[in-house]
Design a protein around this ligand. Structure first.
Ligand code: HEM
Ligand code: SF4
Ligand code: SF4
Length: 381
């Protein structure tokens, strides 16, 4: 395509430059009933899966219809969302912190009609475009990352694993039959962009092989001390090698100390470690962010490795469904997945979920690992 200037002058890059203006103020986009009753809400109800009602002091009510999105979306799709907002909601809409869409209307009948309309929209492949749900004690959208769509450090894909998982747990998105909400999150490497460390169920991309060292270019491409300092286990040290009769400053990696985190690659382009067979996913469970009843908790690794079986990750969705079913059958009302596992004991959790326990799951990272071992005689056979 021929170049079309926006008016920016590359000869004078700082001329007419606008900076530090920040985001637009949210009040410019508030739906009118919400604007009028801001800070004066009295109560809310969930009328049915995906439909909320909020009532204000003034007696005004607003009905919210929540529907799933794939997060990664085209401008065509956004325009379609805007068309729906124009047609039903005077042009107003919003996105949630789990990347669902919320459309707000002022009347209950209209909310139910909108739910039906949204559930009728499909992509040519047959998938729902705007499945309504994500409220109450169910499974809402999966918070996820870039994967093979855009990042350079992933050990798995985000959009693919998430679509496979949401398909497997779709019934729980459109319903509210679990003991408590189940948050599923996904990160394609252990930078853990997002919420995997604090979710009920977490999908995490992991490597199983140490980095390859590109000795010839390392010193030119990397700040060596940064790569050294990047390693959590002290596996990287500065060194010198001779390649084709030339001396190069580089690093050496003690492979038996490396646990394949990939942090040194993040700091140094000459230490790539992605590998088709080696890479895969780990599953973690039992994290939460809220302070309800029990304090917030980290999720814990319960499955050390499952293969990247593209495009549908069947081994992964199998285990996730098994965990979800065992939780749904075993937990008390209001009990989050981690609360349930803690109450019944993790030894029982592995039994009811039919998960294999291996040495990979035993913490061995520095002093704090000790506190994860059992310093009591209390356990169940
Ligand atoms: C023993 C000597 C040195 C050590 C241990 C050292 C260590 C480091 C470390 C650790 C950083 C990363 C800082 C960060 O966290 O962002 C850094 C950055 C840097 N150092 Fe050094 N440095 C040394 C000498 C030098 C010298 C002599 C120069 C230049 C004449 C230099 C130029 C730089 C520059 C330009 C950066 C920034 C690179 C960037 O982030 O783009 N350093 N150095
Ligand atoms: S989790 Fe890792 S691989 Fe995924 S987007 Fe974040 S940094 Fe990139
Ligand atoms: S991958 Fe991680 S553990 Fe291995 S050498 Fe690099 S920083 Fe250290």
């Amino acid at each position: 395509m021929a170049f079309i200037s926006s008016g920016y002058n590359p000869e004078k890059p700082m001329e007419n430059r606008i900076s530090d203006i920040g985001p637009q103020h949210f009040t410019e986009f508030l739906q009118p009933v919400i604007k009028k009753n801001f800070g004066k809400w009295v109560y809310h109800e969930i009328l049915e899966p995906g439909v909320l009602k909020h009532v204000a002091e003034s007696g005004d009510a607003v009905y919210t219809v929540r529907c799933g999105t794939a997060r990664l979306m085209s401008v065509t799709h956004i325009r379609e969302i805007c068309d729906i907002a124009d047609q039903w909601c005077d042009g107003y809409l919003r996105f949630t912190t789990r990347n669902n869409i919320e459309f707000m209307v002022e009347d209950e009948g209209k909310a139910k009609d909108l739910k039906k309309f949204l559930n009728d929209q499909k992509f040519p492949g047959g998938s729902f475009k705007f499945p309504v749900g994500g409220t109450g004690a169910g499974v809402s959208n999966i918070v996820h990352t870039q994967g093979w769509v855009h990042c350079h450090t992933p050990a798995t894909d985000a959009s693919g694993t998430v679509k496979a998982t949401m398909d497997a747990v779709f019934d729980q998105f459109t319903d509210m039959k679990l003991p408590a909400p189940v948050r599923i999150s996904m990160a394609c490497c252990l930078n853990m962009c997002g919420a995997v460390h604090c979710s009920d169920i977490a999908i995490l991309g992991i490597h199983r092989k140490p980095p390859i060292i590109d000795h010839k270019y390392l010193d030119n491409l990397c700040e060596i001390p940064l790569a050294v300092a990047a390693c959590p286990t002290g596996a990287v040290r500065p060194s010198k090698v001779e390649v084709d009769g030339k001396d190069y400053k580089t690093v050496a990696i003690k492979e038996e100390r490396c646990m394949f985190c990939g942090n040194c690659y993040t700091m140094c382009p000459s230490l790539p470690l992605a590998d088709k067979e080696g890479d895969g996913i780990a599953l973690m469970v039992g994290g939460k962010v809220s302070n309800r009843i029990t304090k917030p908790a980290f999720s814990k690794v319960v499955v050390p490795f499952l293969p990247n079986n593209t495009p549908r990750w069947p081994e992964m969705t199998d285990v996730i469904k098994r965990i979800l079913t065992a939780y749904s059958e075993g937990a008390n009302k209001y009990e989050r997945l981690g609360d349930w596992a803690t109450r019944i004991g993790w030894e029982r959790f592995f039994e009811v979920c039919d998960l294999e326990f291996s040495e990979h799951l035993i913490d061995d990272f520095r002093d704090p690992a000790y506190y994860t071992w059992r310093q009591t005689t209390q356990f169940k056979w």
